[in-house]
Design a protein around this ligand. Structure first.
Ligand SMILES: Nc1ncnc2c1ncn2[C@@H]1O[C@H](COP(=O)(O)OP(=O)(O)OP(=O)(O)O)[C@@H](O)[C@H]1O
Ligand SMILES: [Zn+2]
Length: 720
């Protein structure tokens, strides 16, 4: 008997087996409909095998679906990703089908001539329509517009049988990119790096690279030339470019379009589902060469993937924390390995993990040491707030105010960076000291003045600012503590009433369209001072921007998690790296209460290596990543006793293992979220320990009730 193992999108650890009816032809990767209880479900065939004399009574595969099969290497990839993250393989596989959620776009109705038939009565309008149409096929609306007549005229010709309507399927056409459309002339460093990457692509084998270039050194320029080489060698080559933020996609798409004379496909949550379906179908049919997207684009069904680029590879936005927990950068490397492709991790501030791999010789290390052309790196200065503190209830010190004034006078642009949304991060009661939090949640409410509401950034809960203290009932006792971008904007407007000021954060720029508009007006010089969170601090090229002011350089250093120093270094190096990217030199001023901090010292000295040395040495002593591996288990439930019970059971059931420790269970730093109690356990292991095997063995010993959610986070980035 023939049996198919089918991956079904359910939280179960294995594929389900089904009998294959005699007349049915199925293969690995096929999409099938299979019965599950009373329902039919869509699944992906992971394996087909013969068994003899089975005594199992298997249900049969109902049908092989018309939708295209996943290429076998895509199935390999989703199965590997499931094993790596300990996610259910069927749920991982389902992410590869996300493009199919929308129905196919409706076929388009167009009109064309019917042979040589002429209208019975030739009016000027009718003649214009026939002339405009020629032997083309257009939609009725386009034709009427082209002929400058009302749509009634077109309809009249159809009714008379001079024109006919027919349907074309709305299959998206992706014009083939032309590698020789507009090549850049690369400088020596760039050319050497592009050459090495191109050779990696030609090898048709797994070839990982770190493209390590200072901000504005032309990393994009360089990897696009490697992509061009790949396309010259194989016009069917597919190239995937991953970006950490949707806000960055537009600029890269424009550069690719200019470079190759054809627009790439775009893939992220902001792309409408019918369009995503078109991209998905074009990718699996090999009709689409270049995809620019967010981490979920990793799951597209590529048939000839030759090059994967992870731009801004250090960015923690590549880590998905909700639903399936995975790191896009790590999965990108795995996908390239499975496909036998080249992968390029690009950054001015690579993660310690990636630098470590480059140092070990596992990744080819390509360096771009200087900005392109005449541009130079900005001059970075620390402003010691102990010497020049801002006035009470203001956030910009005198030296920073002066620098903004000078920049304005030169008609150049300023970016004020503060990685905090809203107006004030905390609202508290002067009478009783109560800090306002969301109901049944430990995180503080953030005041937003634009909307006049207090918002929980964790759960999305919001409410109007209350009149009375919810704790003691005092009247008018609530005060806003600390600054967010909106509050800095308020101060800037008071100081420089004539300046054109804008705020860039996920509140003011909620979608791709508004991001594009704001980035465009900044690029065009229509904004003098941009107050921004990290959304605007990376990747962008603003030619008129010469001053970057960091409002609170100490902010990220206070949170004590594993990557606080690394993350702060990266964020500030990226933010300051926006200054002086064109012909005018830039400078950056960092306000700090702790100018002696090693991270800030390294930034001011422009000495990344010193920072990396010191930070890596600390990690080595503690055997933390990249020298060791971590995994977290997070338990949560509305039933506090149930969480305690599962945590205790887990603690009892820890398998014996060497060079591995388990910490906890402990209350999570956010111990209460939406009424759910949260507890964490942390596993640390040496690098050569199979941490996934350990976790599987461990979790297999404990049965958690349905009321307790258990999340496994391999290589955690968030410790909340
Ligand atoms: N070889 C080149 N010829 C012409 N212009 C170049 C070249 N290399 C870089 N540039 C220009 O320099 C600027 C910076 O390049 P790019 O955005 O590729 O840098 P990057 O290294 O990706 O920067 P970041 O890491 O800061 O985002 C761009 O305006 C780009 O067009
Ligand atoms: Zn109070």
């Amino acid at each position: 008997m023939k049996v198919a193992s089918v991956l079904i999108p359910l939280p179960v650890p294995e594929a389900f087996d089904y009998a294959v009816p005699d007349e049915m032809v199925v293969a690995r990767g096929d999409q099938v409909a299979v019965p599950l209880g009373p329902r039919l479900m869509r699944g992906i065939v992971s394996e087909v095998f013969e068994t003899t004399g089975s005594n199992r009574r298997l249900k049969a595969v109902e049908a092989v679906l018309d939708d295209p099969a996943l290429p076998p290497s895509t199935v390999d990839f989703v199965e590997w990703a499931g094993r790596w993250t300990l996610a259910a393989p069927g749920e991982m596989a389902a992410t590869a089908l996300k493009g199919l959620r929308a129905p196919p776009p409706r076929p388009e109705r167009r009109v064309r001539r019917v042979g040589e038939r002429q209208p019975a009565r030739a009016t000027p309008a009718r003649t214009a329509v026939l002339a405009a149409l020629g032997d083309r096929a257009l939609t009725a609306a386009d034709l009427a517009r082209a002929a400058g007549v009302s749509s009634g005229v077109v309809k009249g010709l159809v009714d008379e049988g001079v024109l006919e309507i027919f349907e074309v399927s709305a299959q998206a056409a992706f014009d083939p990119p032309d590698p020789d459309h507009a090549p850049s002339s690369l400088n020596a460093d760039q050319a050497a790096a592009a050459q090495a990457m191109a050779e990696g692509v030609m090898a048709r084998a797994f070839r990982p690279f770190l493209l390590d270039g200072v901000t504005g050194s032309g990393k994009t320029e360089t990897y696009l030339e490697a992509a061009a080489e790949a396309l010259r060698a194989d016009p069917a080559a597919q190239i995937l470019i991953l970006l950490p933020e949707i806000a960055l996609t537009q600029a890269v798409i424009e550069r690719i379009t200019a470079r190759f004379g054809a627009a790439p496909a775009e893939w992220h949550s902001g792309v409408a589902p019918p369009r995503r379906r078109q991209v998905w179908e074009a990718v699996v049919a090999g009709r689409c060469n270049i995809v620019v997207g967010a981490r979920s684009a990793l799951f597209l069904p590529f048939v000839n993937l030759r090059l994967v680029v992870v731009d801004e590879e250090h960015d923690s936005s590549f880590k998905q924390e909700e639903g399936l927990v995975y790191h896009g950068r790590d999965l990108a490397v795995a996908r390239a390995r499975i496909e036998g492709a080249a992968v390029v991790l690009a950054s001015a501030t690579p993660s310690l993990e990636t630098l470590w791999n480059a140092r070990q010789g596992r990744y080819g290390w390509l360096k771009l040491r200087a900005r392109h052309g005449a541009a130079v790196l900005p001059d970075i200065q620390l402003l010691d707030l102990r010497q020049s503190p801002p006035d009470p209830q203001t956030w910009l010190s005198q030296p920073l105010r002066q620098a903004i004034g000078e920049t304005l006078a030169r008609r150049e642009q300023t970016l004020l960076f503060l990685n905090r949304r809203g107006y004030a991060p905390v609202v508290l009661c002067r009478a009783c000291g109560h800090r306002l939090t969301a109901p049944d949640t430990d995180s503080w409410l953030v005041e937003h003045r634009y909307t006049g509401r207090l918002v929980c950034h964790l759960t999305g809960f919001s409410m109007p600012r209350p009149k009375l203290c919810p704790s003691c009932g005092a009247e008018d006792s609530l005060v806003s503590v600390g600054p967010g971008v909106e509050r800095v904007e308020e101060e800037v407007r008071q100081l420089f009433p004539e300046a054109r000021v804008a705020v860039f954060s996920s509140d003011t720029v909620p979608d791709g369209k508004s991001a594009r508009a704001l980035i465009q007006s900044m690029t065009d010089g229509q904004i003098d001072i941009l107050v921004a969170t990290q959304a605007a601090a990376k990747g962008h090229n603003f030619p008129g921007l010469t001053l970057v002011g960091v409002v609170d350089a100490d902010l990220g250093l206070r949170g004590g998690d594993l990557r606080a120093a690394e993350r702060t270094y990266q964020l500030l190096a990226q933010a300051t790296g926006r200054a002086g990217r064109a012909d005018k030199p830039g400078r950056a001023l960092l306000q700090t209460w702790t100018p002696e901090h090693p991270v800030l010292q390294a930034l001011a000295a422009g000495d990344r290596d010193a920072f990396v040395e010191a930070e890596t040495a600390e990690r080595e002593i503690a055997s933390l990543p990249p020298y060791g591996r971590l995994a977290a288990i997070i338990l949560s439930s509305e039933n506090a006793a149930a969480v305690e019970k599962v945590a205790a059971d887990l603690a009892q059931a820890i398998p014996n293992a060497e060079r591995l420790e388990v910490y906890g269970p402990a209350d999570a730093p956010l111990a209460l979220v939406r009424g759910r109690r949260r507890k964490r356990l942390l596993v640390r292991a040496d690098r050569d320990v199979d941490i996934q095997a350990f976790l599987r063995a461990w979790l297999g010993r404990v049965k958690a009730p349905g009321s307790v959610r258990l999340t496994v986070d391999v290589d955690p980035y968030s410790f909340l």
